[in-house]
Structures are given as structure tokens and as C-alpha cells.
Ligand binder design. Structure first.
Ligand SMILES: Cc1cc2nc3c(=O)[nH]c(=O)nc-3n(C[C@H](O)[C@H](O)[C@H](O)COP(=O)(O)OP(=O)(O)OC[C@H]3O[C@@H](n4cnc5c(N)ncnc54)[C@H](O)[C@@H]3O)c2cc1C
Length: 382
């Protein structure tokens, strides 16, 4: 067992950190205020290869691994959690499903432009009436009489990246009588006739990310766009979410570490009672507790990432990492605001944004309650 990052991973971590500090951090507050992501920044992230980190060079990726991807997720989320989720949904939900279940032709057509950075991806599973219970899909895909295409009708909600995405890994019912075994996955061109993307849903946190309702009305999808077999969609969605949860755990670690770094900088300068706030033992103990929690969350995240790279089962590891790290992100950011007092609460410092951003990590890609179901399922507690 080795808890140290390799030289290559350390170099990548340093590169991600520099990029985040110089390119993302200066824009993060304005993007949050505007509730809009900067198209220039998106283009830069594409140019620097952020969207294809764990994917093969053969398809235009960086050819690295999940561990490197978690390092990128942590570094970008330290300064801006909206960048974290933009990257995560594209990479570990949309691309991962296409990479794992696409045929060679499908990968060339759909995956390559997503990981070489020429297109953006999103993931359409959640519906207004199917959230935690994703098997309750109402979106339907009906095969045409000649068997050449599916006609898709339905509405998805909270589709991250949908405001600018080109491709959606979409899930729809092909046979409702089969329950979750009747769900099928499709690669859908979001510029197709019948697709309408609604307004950005106004939110408490990760406000710069794009997150819209997407309606599909008689959308004709060629049969060759089906990913995997008919009825395999639920399995594909769950595997994508297992992978995605590692990214959300890393995002949580990043949010927490970013907030703690800011708080420490502040308390080393701020004086009350003629003493720096950092000189009070209460502040030192608090920082020690928070850093210990963050390190534990990071180790769980890396364990899940390394298990995925070693092709071991990851459901429980990923769920534990997300459950723990998202809780840590919420506790740490709340305590960092407290350490900084009124200034922490003010929008002059990025810690209040981190506290707002942290909440969603306990909800998306499976709530904390759903994570406990996954973990208990793996333990065979029932
Ligand atoms: C900002 C944002 C981005 C998102 N991005 C995407 C995306 O890109 N693609 C996508 O498909 N989805 C996305 N989602 C959807 C997200 O994954 C769901 O919101 C999440 O899975 C929870 O579903 P729900 O909101 O319908 O809550 P519900 O399922 O209605 O749950 C409400 C509460 O009940 C609890 N609960 C539900 N069932 C049980 C149970 N059996 N036992 C105990 N407690 C239970 C939940 O834990 C939760 O606390 C996003 C959501 C948000 C807010």
C-alpha cells in the first residue's frame, strides 16, 4: 500500500492547480453573480484537455486515469465548484457511458468529439417525477415500424450542461412493463428537431453551471444511436453514476480544502483583542479537525479512484467516498464561515459561495440517503 502520488500525478496536480488559480479563480465570483458560465473559460478547459483526462489517446483523450481526473476535480473545485460539475457531468457521466458501452463506430462518432474538446456532453436521467427512483422513467422511446429509428417523447429535468451541450446520453423507457429492465440508453444530438432546452433553473449554489429542463417532442433518433442493448439503460445509468460519484467526492474535497485555505489565510491576518484570530487555540483546534476530515475524505476518494483504475468493483467505494466527502464539505464550509465571522458570511470572500456550493454534493448523482442504500446493499445488511 502506497499513499503517495506518483511523480506524474504530482506534476499533473501542479498543472491543474496553476490553471485553476490563474484561469478559473479570477472569474469564479463574477460567473456566480451572473449565474452563467464563461464561454471563453469553457474553450480554454477544452484546449487544455480537461474534458478527456481518463480517456484513451486513440479517441483524442489525455490517456491518463481516474486518479488524475480526481486531482483535476479537486483543484478546479477548490476555486470554483461550478467548473467541477461542468467537467464531471461531461466526463464521468456522459463520456464514461459512451466509452464503456459504445461500439467502435459509436465511439468514433460520439465520444471522440467529446473528449478531444470539440463538443460538450450531458446526461439525461432525472425527470420531474423520477429522481431517486430513476426506474420510474416516463420518457418513452418507441421503435418505428420499419425498425430504423426510435421516436422519443418526454421531459428531463436538472440536466447539467444542457444549456450548451451538443450530445446527451439519454435514458428512456422502451418497455414500461419490464420496469427498470425496460430502460434503454441513447446518444442524442441536442440540436435535433423536437429538442427544446428550457431556461437555467435558478439555484442556491453552483450557480454558474448550466442546469435546465429539456423537453423531447417526437425526436427521431436513428437506431444506430442506441447505446448498449434495449433494456440495458438502467445498468448503464447506474454504472455511470458509480463513476460520477468519485468525481463528486473529489469536488467535495476541493470545495472543503479551498474554503479552509481561504479561512486560514484570513485568520492569520485578522486581529481581535490585539491578537490574531489564528493565535486562539480554539481556531487552531478547529483547523486541525477540519484538515483531518478533509484528508480522510480525500483518501476515501482516492481509494475509489484507484479501485476503478484497477477495474475492481466500485459501487460501495464510490458511495462511501461521496457520502463522507459531501458531509465533510458541508461541515467544513460552515465552520470556515464561522472562523471568519461576518466577513466569512459576506460576499467579499469566496467562503460563503463554497458553503452554498457544498450543499448540492449531498443531493446530485444520488442523495446521501441513496448512498447509504448502496453501501448497506453491498454489506448485505438486509
Ligand atoms: C444542480 C443539480 C444538477 C443535477 N444534474 C443532473 C444531471 O446532469 N443529470 C440528471 O439526470 N440528473 C441531475 N440532477 C438530478 C439529481 O440527481 C436528483 O436531484 C437527485 O437524484 C435526487 O432526486 P430528486 O431531486 O427527485 O429528489 P427525491 O428523489 O424526490 O428525494 C427527496 C428526498 O427524499 C429522500 N428519499 C427518496 N427516496 C428515499 C428512500 N427510498 N429512502 C430514504 N429517503 C429517500 C432523498 O434522499 C431526498 O432527501 C441534478 C440535480 C441538481 C439539483
Amino acid at each position: 500500500m502506497d499513499f503517495k502520488l506518483s511523480k506524474t500525478h504530482l506534476l499533473m496536480q501542479e498543472m491543474f492547480r496553476k490553471f485553476a488559480e490563474t484561469e478559473i479563480k479570477p472569474l469564479a465570483e463574477d460567473m456566480d453573480e451572473a449565474e452563467e458560465y464563461s464561454p471563453e473559460l469553457l474553450a480554454k478547459l477544452q484546449r487544455y484537455g480537461f474534458f478527456g483526462i481518463p480517456y484513451s489517446r486513440e479517441y483524442g483523450g489525455v490517456g491518463s486515469d481516474t486518479l488524475a481526473y480526481t486531482l483535476a476535480m479537486e483543484e478546479v473545485s477548490k476555486v470554483d465548484a461550478s467548473t467541477g460539475i461542468t467537467l464531471s457531468v461531461h466526463s464521468s457521466l456522459c463520456c464514461y457511458g459512451l466509452d464503456s458501452y459504445g461500439t467502435e463506430d459509436q465511439k468514433r462518432k460520439w465520444l471522440t468529439p467529446l473528449i478531444d474538446g470539440s463538443k460538450f456532453g450531458c446526461f439525461g436521467l432525472t425527470e420531474p417525477n423520477a429522481g431517486s427512483d430513476a426506474a420510474g422513467q416516463q420518457t418513452k422511446a418507441v421503435l418505428s415500424e420499419d425498425g430504423s429509428e426510435y421516436i422519443i417523447n418526454g421531459t428531463k429535468i436538472f440536466t447539467t450542461n444542457s444549456g450548451f451541450a451538443d450530445t446527451c446520453l439519454l435514458f428512456a423507457m422502451t418497455d414500461k412493463s419490464l420496469g427498470n429492465k425496460g430502460i434503454t440508453a441513447f446518444a442524442v444530438d441536442l440540436h435535433s428537431e423536437g429538442v427544446s432546452v428550457g431556461k437555467n433553473i435558478r439555484r442556491m449554489g453552483i450557480r454558474a453551471a448550466s442546469n435546465c429542463e429539456v423537453a423531447y417532442e417526437n425526436v427521431h433518433v436513428p437506431v444506430e444511436n442506441r447505446i448498449g442493448k434495449e433494456g440495458q439503460g438502467f445498468k448503464i445509468a447506474m454504472q455511470c453514476l458509480d463513476a460520477g460519484r468519485i468525481g463528486i467526492a473529489a469536488q467535495s474535497v476541493g470545495i472543503a480544502q479551498g474554503a479552509l485555505n481561504e479561512a486560514i489565510k484570513y485568520i492569520k491576518e485578522r486581529k481581535q483583542f490585539n491578537k490574531r484570530i489564528s493565535s486562539f487555540q480554539n481556531s487552531q483546534f478547529k483547523c486541525a479537525e477540519l484538515q483531518t476530515m478533509i484528508d480522510a475524505a480525500r483518501l476515501l476518494t482516492w481509494r475509489a479512484a484507484v479501485a476503478k483504475d484497477n477495474r475492481e468493483p466500485i459501487s460501495s467505494h464510490a458511495a462511501m467516498a461521496k457520502l463522507f466527502a459531501s458531509d465533510v464539505a458541508n461541515k467544513v464550509t460552515r465552520d470556515c464561515v464561522q472562523l471568519m465571522g461576518g466577513y466569512g458570511f459576506s460576499r467579499e470572500y469566496p467562503v460563503e459561495r463554497a458553503m452554498r456550493d457544498a450543499k448540492i454534493t449531498e443531493i446530485y448523482e444520488g442523495t446521501s440517503e441513496v448512498m447509504k442504500m448502496v453501501i448497506a446493499g453491498g454489506m448485505k445488511v438486509k
